[in-house]
Design a protein. Structure first.
Length: 605
């Protein structure tokens, strides 16, 4: 039987070895500096290959899996347990299979066409998410299990996005319900080459959406498992209602995003301003929020337990405080909806706290790898979501680039006499590193990169992180006991948030440093990161020049191969392109002579 004593990590000549009992017949000695990062890379590569392979039939998956198993077997027979390729190939196979196995299954797809836009369909299922409140109404997800239209029953399974104008009941995951609503199919914009929203939702397991005026036709059949989910649902609804009543617009919607993860209530012009300035990351619950909450709780419990002599002698102050802090961090992460950035931040905080509890050495790359592995094992499709990519790339860039950017100035911390300027310089390098790290992904996913983010963060993060967030968290807790006291606590945070919004709106109107990008291949993202790595890694000058030259040449070659004729060049063909903006469309005609004509296409009605 495998025990914890069988697993050990030892340091010999700055090299780490991972030991597993010889009876397991997998591998005994793996001479790598860190065990988890290469395994995570192999697991991630397997998911990527499975994502590319989705266009092919299942027979391809079986053939690839069988081939990998054959290679692993050959390596085990030929090289024994000392081969480093065995665990790497094994994790590659696990990643390849995990995406296909975890893919949501939609049942009864052949019947869906009969059920769209019908008013006589009764659906049975269960609530799959907490409601996310918007400026008007709310949105939540229902997992349907079957449908009945008249006397006919259909074995439909999948997720439905429910948009409710007026919410009158408490809904939380696990509640069994029966409901009557009109199912609508997802619709794409008809502009060629735009994001395939319908396919994206189908990959997540959604079969459609519905808009209802009220939830009166949603009848609970059985309460959900676990009363704690009902409590969380009440906390979310109460906190959102408190913010809407006690904070003026649009600061209340920003508070809802900062404290509860509800971004649907934010006006479009505010969201656009955050994007133009490059500070939209503040609207996502991340390490800043959980770290601040953990810090507040740490000092609070330290003060409470400072006079409890028996507990201090038995457990120790740090262990006791950390054990009390962990449940609150998990609970708050659940209250915010547990999005991918929140999940990543929560896992990293918990792993770091666990390392403190067991007094093990903390290693950033190991902690980051564990957090990423746990997320991908639970949700392999998260690898292809921008929130996952941006969250981890920002962290990696901060750790990798910050010391290298500081070394460029050749200005050490001890050479700066003022503590304020020392903190300011360090904050700037951290902010600049994060901006560089996420720039290629922002350009690829959103076609826009702001150069103002590194400077704007120096002013905005202190206002949000040290004033607005603490006031918001404390007021949210106090609102359950004394709403009047909670209103007084949140007042300074509201002022700080209004000042923050005024700065962001002013900077967004200037539109300085905003770069828009055309559609480009994912290969340029990898080339961009390769270029960043080559420039800032500790290579010699000659190696840097060679690496950068190869990368730039490859990029130019790919750009030339993918380059198409510009619109202004005369061609021998007439092309017609549909431009769709949602409420209407038009047709752009390009004639062989180079002339163009814009034709109104009408709206959907």
């Amino acid at each position: 039987m495998l025990s914890f004593k069988d697993l050990a990590i030892s340091n010999q000549k700055n090299t780490r070895y991972f030991f597993i009992p010889a009876g397991t017949n997998i591998f005994v000695k793996m001479p790598v500096r860190r065990t988890l990062p290469p395994l995570l890379f192999s697991f991630t590569l397997g998911i990527v290959l499975a994502g590319i392979n989705t266009l092919f039939q299942n027979i391809t998956l079986l053939f690839a899996a069988a081939s990998l198993l054959l290679v692993i077997t050959v390596l085990l027979v030929k090289y024994g347990r000392n081969s480093i390729l065995v665990p790497l190939l094994l994790f590659l196979l696990l990643g390849f299979i995990s995406l296909r196995v975890s893919a949501p299954k939609i049942g009864g797809q052949k019947f869906l066409a009969r059920l769209y836009d019908r008013q006589d369909v009764v659906w049975t299922g269960e609530v799959a998410s907490y409601p996310e409140f918007k400026r008007y109404g709310a949105r939540f997800t229902v997992s349907v299990q079957n449908a009945q239209a008249g006397k006919l029953k259909y074995p439909i399974t999948g997720l439905v996005q429910i948009n409710v104008r007026k919410l009158t009941k408490q809904w939380y995951p696990g509640m069994k319900i029966v409901a009557s609503f009109v199912l609508k199919d997802f619709r794409n914009f008809r502009t060629p080459g735009v994001f395939d929203y319908k396919h994206y939702m189908q990959r997540k397991g959604y079969i459609g959406k519905s808009y209802v005026a009220s939830d009166k036709l949603f009848i609970p059949l059985k309460p959900g498992t676990g009363s704690w989910r009902k409590i969380i649902s009440k906390i979310r609804a109460h906190s959102f209602d408190f913010l809407m009543k006690n904070v003026n617009r649009p600061a209340n919607s920003i508070f809802a995003a900062l404290l509860l993860g509800m971004k649907k209530a934010i006006p479009d012009y505010v969201r656009e301003a955050f994007n133009l300035v490059g500070v939209s990351h503040l609207l996502a619950i991340s390490g800043l929020h959980l770290g601040l909450l953990g810090g507040i709780l740490y000092f609070l419990f330290s003060y409470i337990f400072s006079s409890w002599e028996w507990a201090l002698l038995k457990f120790g102050k740090n262990r006791l405080v950390l054990l009390c802090t962990v449940p609150f961090v998990i609970f708050y992460a659940e209250v915010t909806g547990l999005s991918l950035p929140t999940k990543r931040a929560m896992l990293m905080v918990l792993i770091a706290l666990l390392a403190l509890l067991i007094r093990r050495i903390r290693d950033f790359w190991q902690v980051l790898s564990i957090a990423a592995m746990l997320i991908l094992v639970d949700q392999p499709d998260a690898l292809f979501q921008p929130s996952f990519q941006l969250s981890f790339s920002a962290l990696i860039a901060i750790v990798f680039l910050t010391p290298r950017l500081k070394s460029i100035t050749k200005l050490e911390d001890h050479e700066i006499s003022s503590r304020f300027f020392r903190m300011l310089f360090n904050a700037f390098w951290v902010s600049l590193s994060a901006c560089i790290g996420v720039a290629p992904l922002l350009a690829y996913h959103f076609r826009i990169v702001s150069l103002l983010g590194a400077i704007a963060n120096l002013v905005i993060i202190p206002l949000v992180g040290f004033v607005a967030l603490p006031c918001g968290l404390l007021s949210m807790a106090a609102s359950f006991a004394d709403p009047g006291l909670a209103s007084a606590i949140i007042w300074p945070g509201t002022k700080a948030l209004k000042l923050t919004l005024a700065i962001i709106l002013k900077l967004s109107h200037l539109k300085l440093g905003v770069i828009y990008f055309p559609d480009f291949s994912a290969s340029f993202v990898f080339l961009s990161y390769a270029l960043i790595f080559s420039l800032f890694h500790n290579f010699s000058l000659n190696k840097k020049a060679v690496a950068c030259g190869v990368i730039i040449t490859t990029g130019l070659l790919l750009a030339h191969l993918g380059n198409k004729e510009t619109d202004s060049q005369p061609t021998n063909t007439l092309t017609m392109s549909i431009l769709d903006v949602g409420h209407g469309c038009c047709i752009l005609g390009r004639f062989p002579t180079g002339q163009r004509m814009l034709i109104e296409g009408g709206n959907y009605s």
